[in-house]
Design a protein around this ligand. Sequence first.
Ligand code: ADP
Ligand code: MG
Length: 563
Amino acid sequence: MERGVSDPERNGFPGVLLYGEFADPLNERLRYSVSLTESALSVRRISASPDRTNKAVFHLSDCVGCRAHRAQDGADVGAYFTAYFYPLKRRWMSAGVTRQRVEQCFRVAPGQDPLVNLREAERWAHAVRDAAELQAPRREGVTYTELRRPCRTMILVNPHSGRGQALQLFTGHIQGMLKEASVPYKLFITEHQNHARELVRKADLSQWDALVIMSGDGLLFEVINGLMEREDWQEAIQIPLGILPGGSGNALAASVHHYSKSPPAWNEELLLSCGFMLCKGLVGSLDLVSIRLASKQRLFSFLSLAWGFVADVDIESEKYRHVGAIRFLMGTLVRLASLRVYQGRLAYLPVKEAPKPPRGSTNANHPPSTPQHPSLCSSLPCQLIPKNSPKQSSRHGGIGTNSNRNTIANSSSSAITNKRPETQNDNETAAAADSLLPDLDQPVPEGWTVVKEEDFVLVLAIYQSHLAEDLWTVPGAMADDGLIHLFYVTAGISRPALLRLFLAMERGAHLACGCPHLVYEKVKALRLEPTSPQGMITVDGEMVEYGPVQAQIHPSMARLICG
Ligand code: ADP
Ligand code: MG
């Protein structure tokens, strides 16, 4: 007889919520004693010989769901409950660990009445689900909310993202997991660019508890901007957003996985990890960055603003998208061969409270912010890119006439505005106003730093840890750290040195290379004014209009499903 009892002191195990003895679904003679505690489901094989106890412990923090069901065979009076776990397990034939699916099914038959048996199986399934919900893997110091249950989920899939397999990846890896976790969802397959943007702009959001994107970063960029274009944007942008990597550029998915403190994962393993987080249903905050273009267009960005090398690689590597994420490496090598220098002016509002490291420190989290002596560069041969002669920077308005990389703090500087800049658009409410940004034709305000150099190889403002699945760009970044992490590389860097930076970035070690051309600053706002007549600027990997651009952080403006 299979039975469940709820004596908390059963078998002398304090803390046991439920205890039962059940049969193996495939072999009635194999029997297990099963106990549920707040944190685990423990299964012990009942054996005649006391030596063969065979105990397995399944942690509820790895459990996405549990379902009760009748036997498929109508003659079977027994009922069943199945719990679904995704524990971290050693990879087959390779180093490291990754989440792998484990299912535990038990036959419940305390009596001959199928309904009574089903009720007992349901009682167990319910108890396991409830305990598992409370056992999501949380990180210390992070405030989470939880997704509503059941979480009515709108899932947007771009069938052309990545290698064109997003839909197959969804069906193969995520659909079953969502069923196991009892997540009700509706799939929306995008038909063209900006389709997702239109869908979320018009959607009745009261029908949904989460918006999930199965694509690369480009589709989430559409969705966030669609939400921000709504009249009820303040409420709309609060809907929890989830990301399932299906593109070639899966920077947010890689970042979210990294924030969860899980060991590195790529491709399907990364997808499984993000699917797992969606099922566990923890929600954190996500900073957004407001981007202002010369045409007065305003965009919201969750990942990056790039100009020069990074933007060129992103857009030029589109033609290799059939190879997946490796397209960025191919693009990097091609662009390195024809490396160019980009002229422009850069200014930013630094974060003052950021602790400065001791001189000469190479701490990756707090790297030196001023260029270091070239001798710190490693011993690879340095083939210098010809550096164009610096241009004179004075032009009407713009960043200002102060061309030193100094903070503007002196009232005699022509670059000062004493007033706090007002928002550019009257119908914006205070919450979305860019209080740090003046109009683009005004000089940058007091307290900003104007970069002396005007010849760059790249400028990259990034607000997540990863720029791509294998580019760990900001070792200390968090989704809600309230910071824009600004990197720039000045002209004069050799091709090998630049390649070395990108290779080191795979391990998050580029800041420790001591490259004198790489500068890193934590900032709240920035302005970039390209003066090269042609070039590319990308926001979250999507090309935007080329020209002056400025940006400011809006801390915790959106919400992100994470773990
Ligand atoms: P990837 O990482 O592979 O580039 P993205 O999610 O970034 O994937 O999508 C690439 C581009 O495709 C984005 O500009 C997005 O807006 C666009 N897009 C979305 N849906 C479609 C579609 N159905 N057909 C064509 N392009 C689309
Ligand atoms: Mg993309």
